[in-house]
Design a binder for this molecule. Structure first.
Ligand SMILES: [Zn+2]
Ligand SMILES: [Zn+2]
Length: 421
């Protein structure tokens, strides 16, 4: 089989077509075990190629991560800067956390990806199992590398402890950190300290938006997306009677243009933190979006209007940006493997159009305060760029980022903002 892996690797290296990742995933999926063997070789002795490892991982079954995590850990023991092994750890810390857990203490001393914001993600949701180990390293202040004073064991332990998202651990950290530091770290893991204890700023329930193939085929999204295991055919697919895109019903109070419908949920699925509404129509004025966070009030009959609490009049005439092309859209319950996604690590390969769940921020986490009750709003919807427009072009959030919708259930107010690089 190893001859064919060398051939596969050589073919990928010499392939200059735009869909070489799609071709690779199709080839790996047609032969069971091939993806695991390719990744094993990448971790041991094949030079890395940008893109080959993340694309190959998309051909891998979840139960094949365990032996590869062992190989990645032992490769990093020999060479802490091994590119493929570092990449494997980064992507496994999103798609398959349990296989990394037997190696956490070893990885702590190796610190793969230590210059990145995702270096401590392998500790995500580890509960209290690593608590004592990490606590011991909090007070040391040692540097990992000569000359690398910015990266201390203390800092690494602190970030890892936050990633556990465990109330007992958060309490320990809250007692030891300045208030503002604790608050900012907690925001980054999607949590907040409230009068009732630690509150999650996103739902556990996550759905991926599933567009009809007739809508996606030939689009910019189809050109860059790779199949995500378990998502394209995943079990419980709700009927496609939610409406994505098209004109909204409300009018912008600033520029008086018709709002754009992002997503109208009929009915609102349970588990998202939205209660008491028959339907919910999330709408926005694309033309005014560069003014910052826009807030909208919703009533029980599905009408949406810009919040009078936040409106600033007198914008004058602005360009009409048009609407997203309308389509019915399905919601797929997100499988465990895709519960965590990252905008940069997905590198445009993945469907990031998600309802509920943890947002894939591009910049730091931004959960707006509700203009009415001042409570922090929870995350509700994330939409990626390249969405098809009615006029045949594509919608980009800013210079090609994501749009984020937050929600206050008490006041029935939504907030829309975008982030981009
Ligand atoms: Zn407007
Ligand atoms: Zn509120």
């Amino acid at each position: 089989m190893s001859d064919s892996i060398d051939q596969l690797h050589a073919d990928y290296k010499s392939n200059t077509s735009r869909d070489r990742d799609q071709q690779l995933v199709a080839r790996l999926r047609s032969t069971p075990g091939l993806a695991a063997e390719l990744i094993q070789r990448l971790l041991l002795d094949l030079p890395n190629l940008p893109g080959i490892l993340p694309a190959a991982l998309l051909g891998l079954q979840l139960d094949q991560f365990d032996p590869l995590a062992r190989t990645a850990a032992s490769t990093l023991r020999q060479d802490p800067c091994h590119a493929a092994a570092q990449d494997f750890i980064a992507h496994a810390s999103l798609q398959a956390l349990p296989p990394l857990r037997p190696h956490l203490q070893e990885l702590f001393y190796v610190q793969p990806n230590w210059t990145t914001y995702y270096s401590m993600w392998p500790w995500r949701q580890t509960g209290v199992t690593e608590f004592e180990f990490l606590k011991r390293h909090l007070g040391t202040g040692m540097t990992f590398w000569d000359g690398g004073s910015s990266r201390t064991t203390q800092r690494a332990a602190l970030e890892a402890l936050f990633e556990t998202r465990e109330p007992e651990v958060l309490e320990f950290l809250e007692d030891r950190l300045p208030r503002e530091d604790f608050h900012l770290h907690a925001r980054d893991i999607g949590m907040e300290k409230s009068a009732e204890g630690y509150r999650k700023l996103h739902s556990e329930q996550t759905f991926h938006l599933s567009f009809p193939s007739s809508y996606i085929d030939g689009s910019a999204l189809a050109a860059r997306w790779l199949p995500m295991a378990g998502l394209e055919y995943h079990g419980l697919c709700l009927p496609q009677d939610h409406i994505f895109g098209g004109e909204g019903t409300g009018e912008c109070r600033r520029c008086h243009q018709r709002l754009v419908n992002l997503l109208t949920l009929t009915p609102v699925p349970p588990g998202l933190g939205v209660t008491g509404l028959d339907q919910l129509s999330l709408q926005v004025c694309f033309s005014c979006l560069d003014l910052g966070v826009l807030f909208y009030e919703h009533d029980n009959h599905g009408s949406t209007r810009e919040s009078a609490l936040t409106v600033r009049e007198g914008v004058g005439r602005v360009e009409n940006c048009g609407s997203l092309r309308q389509t019915p859209v399905g919601l797929i319950r997100t499988p465990e493997r895709w519960k965590w996604q990252d905008w940069a690590l997905s590198n445009s390969r993945e469907n990031l159009n998600r309802l509920g769940g943890h947002p894939a921020w591009i910049q730091n986490a931004e959960y707006p305060a509700c203009p009415q009750c001042r409570q922090t709003m929870i995350h509700l919807l994330q939409l990626d760029s390249d969405l098809p427009m009615e006029n045949g072009s594509e919608w980009w959030w800013g210079s090609g980022g994501c749009g984020y919708v937050s929600w206050c259930d008490q006041c029935k107010i939504s907030a829309v903002q975008c982030q981009f690089t």
